[in-house]
Write a protein that binds this ligand. Structure first.
Ligand code: G6P
Length: 478
């Protein structure tokens, strides 16, 4: 097989750019916001990197191109593949199964077939783009078969895999008719990374039980002599960059404008989520509305701003969720709101980073209450933006971030009364208490940023098979 020239290849379902239509009608690319690309950009640049991904629209066959110095390699998906691979197996089967079965996963054989076909296409592409002995880093649940497929094509490669979402306990994973194939797909990697150590342990245990390989602690020993390591690498954000943005005059002016537009309330509560059933938006809004009904919050001086970013809109469970939230917000505002004073200011829209930072600056209390979440970077972004050590974070104990952000007001999102007390606790806490908590969380977020996450993973990947392949040059020399 002929090899390519990239020493570091990222394989992800999406490219780090979005297709945009310019005012003159022509099509262009815009860098999608998100920590992953900003974290990997420097290391990609210093290693002749290439990023393989889907451009996000069906049917587009595009040639590889360079965007702002990054080498991007699009993989096309047909209309049917978008339905069966992306909306179907990735988001109708794996997503709910890996998030504690918060919604019922559907198992369809034709979805699985599409998943295999598309993963093979990504693996084939990676095999042609990667240079001899290169490092390939495969990202997330949509690509779980790629490591093994790629290893078969290119045994010379060093392969890493990182799962951004939770990895379920054996009792749930077992439901998957293709459980063995997924485990074997992941075992094609030299290093499999997870958000939390519990997820890595779930994986190793499943490999022992279902595939029958020998394991010891975080290592899996394969019959061909190869070994695979499974470990936790909690992802983070570019904290410094967020703080810089938050400190800017324009963000602070916008934050003041937002508060004025809300009627200068004494207290602004904020939720920002992809509109997803794992995020616990419904119970959070109910908890808050009960606090208003009970008289703990007054619509004259408090408002809850809920931003819900449109997501996976053609998947049935997401449509149902949207209707449910629309109805709930309508009912709460109808019952408890006043003219010009809604209980909940609801925005179904996505916003650029600048606006997000302004919202974080404007919010006294950030409420993040997922039923299950791999990490939750919104919680970390809020913390990064509170450079005065003020503000309060209410955080679900079922978000990966709860492991690090221990000083948040932690809640069980299934316990509405508990959530009410935590929100109230945060709202009535004294300044000293809030400062103490925020300071500690800010230290954690600034010490563990996304660059250290990427460097940490790549350094471990180089260490798993030290005698094999070229090591990746780190972003920051040790
Ligand atoms: C989660 C997943 C990502 C995914 C993102 C947006 O964060 O871990 O892999 O890209 O959601 O979802 P979408 O379906 O729009 O790519």
């Amino acid at each position: 097989m002929t090899t390519g020239s990239a020493d570091l290849v990222i394989v992800a379902n999406r490219l780090p750019v979005d297709r945009v239509t310019l005012p003159d009608g022509s099509l262009d690319w815009r860098r999608s916001p998100g920590g992953l690309v900003s974290a990997l950009e420097p290391v990609m640049r210093s290693n002749d990197g290439a990023w393989i991904g889907w451009p996000g629209v069906a049917g587009e066959e595009l040639e590889p191109f360079v965007d702002d110095g990054l080498s991007l390699v699009p993989v096309a998906l047909s209309e049917t593949e978008v339905e069966e691979f992306y909306e179907g197996f990735s988001n109708g089967t794996l997503w709910p199964l890996y998030h504690d079965v918060v919604a019922k996963p559907e198992f369809h054989r034709e979805w699985w077939d599409a998943f295999v076909t598309v993963n093979q296409r990504f693996a084939d592409k990676a095999a042609t783009v990667a240079a001899k002995d290169a490092t390939v880093w495969v990202q997330d649940y949509q690509m779980q078969l790629v490591p093994q497929m790629l290893r078969e094509l290119r045994p010379d490669l060093r392969i890493g895999f990182y799962l951004h979402i939770p990895f379920p306990p054996a009792e749930l994973f077992q439901q998957l008719p293709w459980r063995r194939e997924i485990l074997e797909g992941l075992l094609g990697a030299d290093l499999v990374g997870f958000q939390l150590s519990g997820a890595a342990q779930n994986f190793v245990r499943l490999v022992r039980q279902r595939v029958g390989h020998k394991t010891h602690r975080d290592m899996v020993y394969l019959p061909d002599g190869r070994s695979v390591r499974a470990a936790a690498f909690p992802i983070s954000i570019d904290a410094e960059d967020f703080e810089k943005l938050a400190r800017s005059d324009s963000v602070n002016a916008r934050a003041a404008q937002i508060r004025t537009a809300l009627g200068n309330p004494e207290r602004v509560l904020l939720g920002i989520d992809r509109l997803d059933y794992t995020k616990g938006i419904y119970s959070r809004l109910r908890a808050y509305s009960e606090l208003v009904k009970d008289g703990h919050f007054d619509v004259n001086d408090s408002v809850f701003v809920q931003v819900a970013t449109p997501s996976r809109e053609r998947v049935e469970q997401y449509r149902v969720l949207r209707d449910d939230i629309d109805r709930l917000v309508g009912r709460i505002n109808g019952d408890l709101g006043r003219i010009g004073q809604p209980v909940i200011a609801y925005l179904h829209s996505s916003y650029p980073r600048h606006e997000m930072a302004a919202l974080y600056r404007a919010a006294d209390i950030m409420v993040v209450t997922p039923y299950r979440d791999g990490m939750n970077l919104v919680a970390k972004e809020y913390v990064a933006c509170r450079y005065d050590n003020d503000g309060a974070l209410v955080l679900s104990e079922f978000a990966g971030a709860a492991n690090e952000l221990r000083q948040a007001w932690q809640v069980n999102p299934y316990d509405i009364n508990g959530m009410k007390s935590a929100i109230l606790g945060a709202a009535t806490s004294d300044e000293k208490e809030r400062t103490r908590r925020m300071k500690a969380m800010r230290k954690t977020v600034s010490e563990h940023d996304v660059a250290s996450w990427a460097d940490g993973f790549l350094a471990e990947l180089a260490a798993v098979r030290p005698s094999h392949g070229k090591p990746v040059r780190p972003v920051r020399p040790a």
